[in-house]
Ligand binder design. Structure first.
Ligand code: DLZ
Length: 157
């Protein structure tokens, strides 16, 4: 019988760092609040939760890298909201942020979850931060709990 490892949904005994971008902060606050709620409901204690704020989504990878480098966290969650504007900047920041986050995860071995929302307009951001389409922060937090658990079970933590 093959050894099968399925991640659990228990956050007890795991530490999480939420790195959040202040740009479009009203929406990002909602992602962070939903993520914290999930982590607490799954058993994470207040002493196991930290929230670090960076200026914008472009700065998220470096903030996450610093968090991962402390060795204190079982998972790092990045949150930002990009709203398409008139300029090319939206695409550049979105790509840099997404690529940077996966690079940090692969280089450090610490799970880095991508909670950056790229929206066409503010209505779309509202729908996905506690509106009609749920809250992306909650989904990302649940994925973080599973990755932290899998990492421990696999013996790589
Ligand atoms: C500059 C900029 C723009 C135009 N749009 C956003 C955005 O929609 N969401 C976001 O998180 N950050 C944005 N930023 C800021 C950049 O992420 C970054 O903080 C600055 O370019 C400074 O490096």
């Amino acid at each position: 019988m093959a050894r099968e490892i399925r991640p659990g949904h228990d956050a007890r005994g795991h530490r999480y760092c939420l790195v959040a971008a202040r740009f479009n902060e009203a929406y990002v606050q909602r992602l962070v609040a939903a993520a914290l709620e999930v982590l607490r409901s799954r058993g994470a204690g207040e002493e196991d939760l930290e929230v670090w704020w960076v200026p914008g989504s472009f700065e998220l990878p470096l903030g996450c890298r610093w968090a991962a480098a402390t060795g204190r966290f079982d998972a790092v969650l990045a949150f930002g909201v990009l709203i398409r504007g008139e300029t090319e900047h939206f695409r550049l920041v979105a790509e840099a942020s997404s690529q940077g986050l996966s690079q940090v995860a692969l280089e450090t071995g610490v799970p880095v979850l991508n909670g950056v929302l790229a929206a066409q307009h503010s209505d779309q951001a509202a729908e996905r931060t506690g509106g009609t389409l749920g809250n992306r922060g909650a989904e990302v937090a649940l994925a973080a709990v599973q990755m932290a658990d899998l990492r421990r079970r696999a013996g790589t933590a």
